[in-house]
Write a protein that binds this ligand. Structure first.
Ligand SMILES: NC(=O)c1ccc[n+]([C@@H]2O[C@H](COP(=O)([O-])OP(=O)(O)OC[C@H]3O[C@@H](n4cnc5c(N)ncnc54)[C@H](OP(=O)(O)O)[C@@H]3O)[C@@H](O)[C@H]2O)c1
Length: 213
């Protein structure tokens, strides 16, 4: 797939790494072109592109900016009608220990409203950059879960294929409205990782009881 990663920070660079490893055609962009170039150079096969028009020609756009920068970044990238946009953002407070919106809306829904061209899929927001950079394998045959929520079936399918190509286990999390739940899950993950000091080599997952004997 042709994938444009918007953002060349912790998550953007980790996405570029895993997407290149999975054999995708990857473009990366940032406000600062030098940062995008640095990430592309570190991952041969990836290409740094200008922020303006960066979404053109992409099968999937990965939105890896701060939530506050998301809408401007997508507008600059010129998202095409019905283009798949994976929104990985969390609407974090300045100290990273809270969410600025929730309950009755979510970052993903606000982005979808502001950028109507985008077929928004919420996902990967519960995966720490360290986990993404190191890859989906957890050991013991287990892989990191990625929860995907969207109102666009084709976009969710494309995001699912992309996640699976990087060996993640995909959990269909329903419609985009469920981003209202996924963003707080990321908040808990951040609390556990940083606030409670458990570290960032972990990811949330649901466990299932085996059938009663
Ligand atoms: N870090 C994590 O473990 C983690 C995990 C899950 C989800 N997330 C979410 O993922 C998002 C990115 O997090 P991060 O840690 O990677 O942040 P980061 O390191 O600060 O990177 C943000 C990137 O966004 C770029 N950017 C901002 N505005 C842009 C624009 N208009 N056009 C193009 N690029 C633009 C920045 O470019 P410049 O540097 O050039 O300004 C920077 O490269 C956040 O919403 C965060 O909540 C993070």
């Amino acid at each position: 797939m042709k994938v444009t990663v918007i953002g060349a920070g912790n998550m953007g660079s980790a996405f570029v790494r895993q997407l290149v490893l999975a054999g995708h055609q990857v473009s990366v962009t940032a406000r600062d072109t030098a940062k995008a170039t640095q990430v592309a150079t570190a991952h041969p096969g990836a290409t740094a592109v200008a922020a303006a028009g960066a979404a053109r020609g992409a099968d999937v756009v990965v939105l890896a900016t701060a939530y506050a920068d998301a809408v401007a970044a997508l507008q600059t990238a010129e998202v095409q009608p019905a283009q798949t946009v994976i929104d990985i953002t969390n609407p974090l407070t300045a100290d990273y220990m809270g969410l600025t919106i929730g309950h009755s809306t979510s970052a993903a829904e606000e982005i979808a409203k502001a950028v109507p061209n985008a077929a928004v899929v919420k996902g990967f927001n519960t995966v720490f950059a360290q986990v993404l950079a190191e890859g989906a394998e957890l050991g013991g045959g287990q892989t990191v879960n990625v929860f995907l929520a969207s109102d666009h079936a084709e976009a969710k399918q494309a995001a699912t294929a992309l996640a699976q190509s990087m060996s993640f286990t995909v959990v269909d999390a329903g419609g985009l409205r469920n981003a209202r739940y996924l963003e707080p899950v990321a908040g808990l993950n951040i609390y556990l990782g940083y606030g409670a000091g458990l570290g960032t080599a972990m990811a949330p997952a649901w466990v299932r009881k085996t059938a009663a004997a």
